[in-house]
Structures are given as structure tokens and as C-alpha cells.
Design a binder for this molecule. Structure first.
Ligand SMILES: [Zn+2]
Length: 396
């Protein structure tokens, strides 16, 4: 068994294995010996001599399976300077001065905290959850990507996410191409967003994808005047789906089961091409009975033409035609959407120049939701930021 191990795969480059390993109940204890090194006196920087090595420590180092742990037996070397008359204990980079685990063990536990809850790691590895958290955050701080190692992203996505439902928010800035979250910044007010942009560790991007929050374009342009803004297609279509949902509620759902509500929403909001034949038929009958709902639904289908356009020019014409019609025709909800899309016309059309969507960030938002459940609301924003950024790291 022990022959499988080398100090390389054990992540102990300073050491060599010096025994055959001893079987213990839950694994193996491997004796290691540091390679020849000289140790300078911390006072006079002259060579020191080995004074004593009669003690050792046994530390948890790795696990080869859930049942098997590798411990290492590390000698404690005492050095002495003959000139100064002082003695001290030699410190190895792989071995913390205190405690009963190695640096590698801490990192192994920390890495397991990516993609699962600290509680799950704690149960599996028999380490207290608070210890898992503490090692994770230390590891995160040491290994998070440094902006100086990367080119400035050309395109960013910006989106907000809630920490606790409706109580506190952060805004995330993510590379639109790699999906890496470079920054999360607390708060979603104008002042908070602008502070976040000022702290962003790179030059301003060429383009940023945002949602339709009122004043967002101005908020960004006051800090990054040259950056083009794209509003995400998802958020534009969401204007319609939210209005449709309000209209559906007004039609009255008394007696409609939860399952039916979900079915109705799916019929209304899906692109017709994603509906089955009988679903289309159900939708046709339902809309026939609800003319107000039908008007809004038709407006949405016509708006989809804007995003079907094959060029900027064609999209521009489709959007202008749609707005000039629905500013005056149709339901009040549709008129209100027409006003909003007119206000955001350039940012909507920029979609056709930059071909970017917030799809990645929406994926990240799902991940953030999962993280929140895993971390029970994560009261500490700084730690939550570390967790998000560890899960959304740039490709190596
Ligand atoms: Zn000395």
C-alpha cells in the first residue's frame, strides 16, 4: 500500500518518505523526513546546528477513500546557534506550527466546500462545520484569481441578487464570455452600483449587459461614459411575461389548482413553437374567452419579431413599428411596455451589435440561490462573496 505514495503525490515536496508506513485502524501513518536543508540563525543569519529531533508530531494529511486516512509522522527539529546560544523549532511550509492537520489536509477540505455545503463536508470528513468554513475562507483568499494575472474583460454582465428575500442585495459583475464573477458589491441603489463600478479592478469594459432598472444607463455612464449598454433580451421579454401574469390573475383563478396555474403560465409565456399541438389548442380556446389577455399575448408574439430580426437595421425597423403601433393601441399594460422599450431603444438594439445575453449570469443566479440554501442565508456578505467567486472562477 505505502509503495503507491511518493512525496510528490502527497504534496510534501520538502520531505522524503522514510519508513514503510504503519497500518492503523482508519488508515496509514507514514513517516517522513525533511530533505537536507541549512537553517540560518534568525538573529545572526549564520549556519545553525541540529540540536534535537527526539520528538515528532502525527498529523492528518489526506484521505484516499472515505474510510482511509493518511497520517504523517513529522519529526520536530530543534536548531541551535552556537554563537547566539539560542534554540528554536524549525518550521516547514507544509506543516502548520500548531494543530493536528497538514496544510494539504486543510486545502483538501476547503476544495470540497466548492459545490457542496460545509455541513456535508463536515459530516463526510469528521471535521466541525465551523472548521470547514474557516479553512475554506482562508483557502479562498489565498487562491482567488488576481486581476493582474488576467486581461481586462471586454464584456461584462451586471445583475443583482438577493441575500435574504427582499432584505439585502448585492450586484455581481461577471465576465460575459468566461462566466467568471470578478466582483460582488453590496446594495443595489444608484450610489452602491456606482461605488461598485469604481472599485472594479479593471479598466471599463467595452460593453455591459444590464437589466431594465430605472436610470441604469445613466448610473453606468456617469462612471463609465464610453461603455455601451445592452439590455438583456431575457429582461425585455420578462416585461411581457410579468404583465401577462398580472392579467391572468385579474381573469380570476378561483378554483384553479396550483398545477393548473403553472400550466396556464406555461401556455401564455412560452414561445408557441415550444407548445404541443393540444396545448396550442387549449391556449386558443382560453384566449378566445379572454379578449384582454389575448391582446397582450398577441403584442408579445409581435414583439418576438424584433428579436427574430437578422440585422440591426431590421431589428430597428421592427422595434420602431411595434412601438408606434402599441403606444396607442392595445391594453394599458402593453402601452406601458411600449413606453419602456422606447426609452431603452438603443440598449435593446445594442443586442444586435454585441450579441450578448445575461444567460450566464442567470445561470450564476441559480447557483447563488443554491449557495444561499446551502449556507442558510449566509449572513456574512464578505464570506458569501468569497463563496460565489470560488464557484465562478475563471478557467485555468
Ligand atoms: Zn546566531
Amino acid at each position: 500500500m505505502y509503495k503507491q505514495f511518493t512525496t510528490d503525490i502527497l504534496h510534501l515536496p520538502t520531505f522524503t518518505l522514510n519508513d514503510e508506513g504503519e497500518r492503523v485502524e482508519d488508515g496509514w501513518v507514514l513517516g517522513v523526513e525533511p530533505g537536507l536543508q541549512s537553517h540560518l540563525c534568525p538573529l545572526c543569519f549564520q549556519e545553525s546546528i541540529n540540536h534535537a529531533r527526539n520528538k515528532h508530531r502525527i498529523l492528518r494529511h489526506a484521505s484516499i477513500s472515505t474510510q482511509e486516512t493518511i497520517y504523517i509522522r513529522v519529526p520536530v527539529h530543534r536548531q541551535r546557534c552556537e554563537d547566539c546560544g539560542i534554540t528554536w523549532t524549525v518550521e516547514w511550509p507544509e506543516i502548520p506550527v500548531r494543530g493536528n492537520v497538514t496544510v494539504h489536509f486543510k486545502q483538501m477540505i476547503a476544495k470540497r466546500g466548492i459545490g457542496q455545503s460545509f455541513e456535508a463536508v463536515a459530516r463526510e470528513m469528521a471535521v466541525p462545520p465551523s472548521t470547514v468554513a474557516s479553512w475554506f475562507y482562508t483557502y479562498a483568499e489565498e487562491t482567488l484569481a488576481r486581476p493582474s494575472d488576467y486581461e481586462a474583460p471586454q464584456a461584462l454582465c451586471m445583475d443583482e441578487f438577493a441575500h435574504k428575500r427582499g432584505h439585502s442585495y448585492s450586484v455581481a459583475l461577471q465576465d460575459a464570455h468566461t462566466g467568471h464573477v470578478w466582483q460582488t458589491h453590496p446594495g443595489k441603489s444608484r450610489a452602491c452600483i456606482q461605488e461598485g463600478l469604481r472599485r472594479y479592478p479593471f479598466q471599463a469594459p467595452e460593453v455591459i449587459v444590464t437589466d431594465l432598472a430605472p436610470g441604469m444607463a445613466q448610473t453606468v455612464h456617469e462612471i463609465w461614459p464610453e461603455t455601451a449598454i445592452v439590455v438583456d433580451k431575457f429582461h425585455v421579454i420578462q416585461l411581457f411575461t410579468q404583465a401577462l401574469d398580472r392579467a391572468r390573475k385579474l381573469e380570476g383563478n378561483n378554483g384553479t389548482s396550483h398545477k393548473n396555474i403553472r400550466h396556464q403560465r406555461r401556455l401564455l409565456m412560452s414561445h408557441p413553437k415550444h407548445l404541443k399541438k393540444e396545448e396550442k389548442e387549449n391556449l386558443r380556446i382560453w384566449l378566445g374567452e379572454n379578449p384582454e389577455l389575448k391582446k397582450q399575448w398577441v403584442a408579445l408574439q409581435k414583439f418576438r419579431d424584433v428579436y427574430r430580426a437578422k440585422s440591426y437595421k431590421k431589428a430597428q425597423k421592427a422595434l420602431e413599428d411595434w412601438c408606434s403601433h402599441y403606444l396607442f393601441e392595445g391594453a394599458n399594460a402593453t402601452k406601458s411596455i411600449a413606453k419602456t422599450t422606447l426609452k431603452w431603444k438603443q440598449e435593446i438594439l445594442n443586442h444586435f451589435i454585441y450579441q450578448l445575453t445575461n444567460a450566464r449570469l442567470e445561470g450564476t443566479n441559480n447557483l447563488i440561490k443554491t449557495l444561499k440554501r446551502r449556507s442558510y442565508g449566509c449572513p456574512n456578505m464578505y464570506h458569501f462573496d468569497l463563496r460565489i467567486r470560488m464557484e465562478c472562477r475563471p478557467p485555468a
